[in-house]
Design a protein around this ligand. Structure first.
Ligand code: ZN
Length: 201
């Protein structure tokens, strides 16, 4: 294969696994969670799949990436996932980047950037910290529009139905206007009554 052919073969592989992650995100959406999905792949095989589910699980750490690491570790009976590539529909947060480093994954492929919480390129560039004892390869922007659209649609629907509360404001992706559209109206998103919960942010 020529280098160009190899690139396009890698792209097709990335897209195929990202579609599996998107399917997970869609399941999350159906369950009422912010739609983020992940799959963990070793030697071309999906070893674990999960969607974001902190609400369902009553667990602030139940992000899709953490859940696939746990599931893969259990299935393979190991805490080191050195050959793994994790596909996730959104740029991982600081917690998840930390977990992915601990797991020693080889590569992380994400769909859309997450301007508010993403910890690879958006808020902090975690892997630039020189003292880290492990780094992984990062590929971003795979099926980016679809991955971003899922989250945007989710929040748009919530705003429309007036169900956006303080706990739902965790995603900066919802605030990236799709091309050709004006920025979304923030009034609904910030209109939660005072004293109602809050994320402590
Ligand atoms: Zn996370």
């Amino acid at each position: 294969m020529t280098p160009d052919q190899m690139d396009s073969a890698a792209d097709a592989t990335h897209e195929a696994f990202m579609r599996a992650a998107i399917e997970q995100a869609q399941q999350g959406r159906a369950a009422g969670e912010v739609p983020v999905g992940a799959v963990l792949v070793i030697d071309g095989q999906v070893v674990a799949r999960a969607f974001n589910q902190p609400i369902l699980a009553n667990d602030p750490t139940a992000h899709a990436e953490v859940l696939v690491l746990r599931e893969a570790g259990r299935r393979l009976a190991t805490y080191r996932l050195s050959g793994a590539t994790v596909y996730v529909t959104l740029e991982p947060c600081l917690m998840c980047v930390g977990a992915l480093i601990h797991a020693r994954v080889r590569e992380v492929v994400y769909g859309a950037v997450e301007p508010k919480t993403g910890a690879l390129v958006s808020t902090v560039r975690t892997l630039d910290i020189p003292e880290l004892n492990h780094r992984f390869v990062v590929t971003g922007g795979v099926l980016e529009a679809e991955c971003r659209g899922l989250v945007q649609d989710f929040f748009r629907e919530k705003r429309r139905s007036g169900r956006v509360g303080a706990e739902d404001q965790g995603s900066g992706v919802a605030e990236i206007p799709p091309e050709g559209e004006p920025p979304p109206d923030q009034t609904a998103a910030t209109g939660a009554p005072e004293g109602q919960g809050g994320t402590g942010e």
